[in-house]
Write a protein that binds this ligand. Structure first.
Ligand code: BG6
Length: 499
């Protein structure tokens, strides 16, 4: 890969957790791998008072905890830190943006570089509008520079709170930036194994022909976490798992596993197909919400031999909260490829294990040749795509056990990322930051796929508000989730992959 363009990355909310835990570790790794030209600068913009050196020190300390290249060499960091600056600023203060404009101008002049600027919104959503207005008023967008450079805006989730608020926020962003300049981050799309879903499907003649309702019985998508809210109760209790995981990461996984092949592998063609796919997901009526959705909230329990608190007992969570920490959904995609194939999705906190996977189950053989010799119930074939941890793909099929007697047992053929490629994949943020700077939007949500996902999720949230309030807690921490989620899938004669 090539060296990146000379650019200035402005990080709004630079004193916060995301900046320290994700953004700088990714930037440092890119720098260490020699992607940065000399004229690449990062400027932090936030309220906390720091000078450049004090800010650089916070970055050094957090890299030593969060960067995959740790321990960080002090001399190397010293060279990296020369690219880092900090402006103590206020989000609603015009003069802060003028100061930022002055910084951009002076760097461009000093280094004789175009005003290529990436504005990264790593702030709480409550100040998004202030920042967009600030950039606009101070005329910090590319067209103000008369073609001298690019400007891009990067926006993190939560992108809105429901369909309406997401639409309004989108309208606001697009009143200042063009869609080609907007990068809506869904970090799942930066994961190697998520990108591999498309490679697996569309580069292998042995899989794509069987990827449809003709051969597939059902698909399960699971994002299970053993962690709780990780000290983010204030945000999480307002969002719930439906907004935190389903609207974005899970819908993206669903669209990648089910999307039609695009005419070209480029940002617009792929995103056009994703939009078509999401439009085909059958919206849930109130009756469907009752039948096809399950909510859960964890009680006390044991995780890794440690007793953990219930959700309601966690710091910052209101004791009478009705926020869900677990959701299971049954969805249908009404198109030619997927008609009749249920997609079961589940995601939750404080579960038995940390695992994200897509499990594709195939139909049974149309006729069981072996039934007459006493072999019944041969297991369905399956393909399990593990996104994390142990990234890889396993194909499960039946094989004759050795010996004179005919017996068939399930066996696994396993591809494991680490042992096959002997490389540790870049972190999702490294890939995404790289793509932002080179201007490749393939791995970013477009306004329309994001809004369609919100439409679907909002109809579920609205449906829930019309139903009896749930009786929480209803699953033990350290379990596989609520019994109702098992009932949802077991009622169809199917089972979650809890192996
Ligand atoms: C984030 C959610 O988007 O994704 C968190 O806000 C969740 O609640 C996290 O824990 C999961 O990401 P990953 O990469 O650890 O699977």
């Amino acid at each position: 890969m090539a060296e990146l363009n000379p650019s200035i990355m402005v990080i709004f909310g630079a004193s916060g957790d995301l900046t320290h835990i994700k953004i700088f570790p990714a930037l440092y790794s890119l720098w260490e791998d020699d992607f940065f030209p000399d004229n690449f600068f990062i400027v932090g913009f936030a309220r906390t008072k720091f000078d450049d050196d004090a800010f650089r020190k916070t970055i050094f300390d957090s890299l030593n905890v969060n960067c995959r290249k740790k321990p960080i060499d002090e001399d190397e960091f010293f060279n990296f830190s020369k690219h880092i600056f900090y402006l103590t600023s206020k989000y609603d203060d015009d003069s802060s943006y003028q100061k930022l404009g002055g910084f951009i101008e002076s760097k461009a002049k000093e280094y004789n570089m175009p005003k290529n600027v990436v504005y990264y919104l790593s702030t709480p959503p409550s100040v998004y509008i202030n920042v967009i207005d600030g950039i606009n008023k101070a005329k910090l967008m590319s067209y103000e520079y008369k073609g001298d450079g690019f400007s891009k805006i990067v926006i993190e989730k939560p992108f809105g709170y429901d369909y309406e608020s997401a639409k309004n926020l989108n309208g606001k962003i697009l009143s200042v930036f063009k869609e080609e300049e907007v990068y809506r981050i869904d970090h799942y799309l930066g994961k190697e194994t998520v990108q591999n879903i498309l490679a697996f499907r569309f580069s292998n003649a042995i899989f794509e022909p069987i990827w449809s309702n003709k051969y597939i019985d059902h698909i399960q998508i699971s994002a299970l976490e053993s962690l709780g809210t990780g000290g983010r109760a204030g945000y999480f209790d307002k969002a719930g798992i439906i907004r935190d995981m389903m609207q974005n990461h899970m819908m993206q996984l669903l669209s990648l596993v089910a999307v039609e092949p695009p005419p070209l592998f480029d940002a617009d063609d792929l995103r056009n197909e994703k939009v078509k796919l999401l439009k085909s997901v059958r919206p849930l009526s109130l009756n469907d919400v009752k039948k096809y959705t399950v909510r859960g909230q964890y009680d006390r329990g044991v995780i890794g031999n440690k007793q953990v608190l219930s959700y309601k007992e966690e710091e910052g969570v209101p004791p009478d909260t009705l926020t869900e920490t677990y959701v299971a959904l049954k969805l249908f995609i009404d198109n030619y490829r997927w008609a009749g194939v249920p997609f079961y999705l589940r995601s939750g906190k404080r579960l038995k294990m940390h695992r994200t996977e897509i499990a594709i189950y195939f139909k049974k053989m149309p006729y069981s040749l072996f039934a007459k010799v006493g072999i019944e119930n041969i297991k369905q074939n399956s393909i399990i795509i593990t996104i994390q941890p142990n990234e890889g793909i396993a194909i499960n099929f039946g094989a004759k056990t050795p010996g004179f007697k005919l017996n068939i047992e399930p066996v696994n053929m396993v591809f494991n990322y680490k042992s096959s490629f002997k490389l540790s994949p870049p972190d999702a943020y490294e890939r995404l930051l790289y793509d932002i700077i080179i201007g490749d939007q393939t791995l970013f949500a477009r306004y329309d796929d994001m809004l369609i996902a919100w439409q679907l999720i909002t109809s579920i949230i609205k449906g829930w508000s019309k139903l009896e309030p749930p009786v929480f807690p209803n699953y033990e921490a350290g379990s596989w989730g609520p019994k109702e989620a098992d009932d949802l899938i077991n009622a169809d004669g199917r089972f979650w992959n809890n192996n």
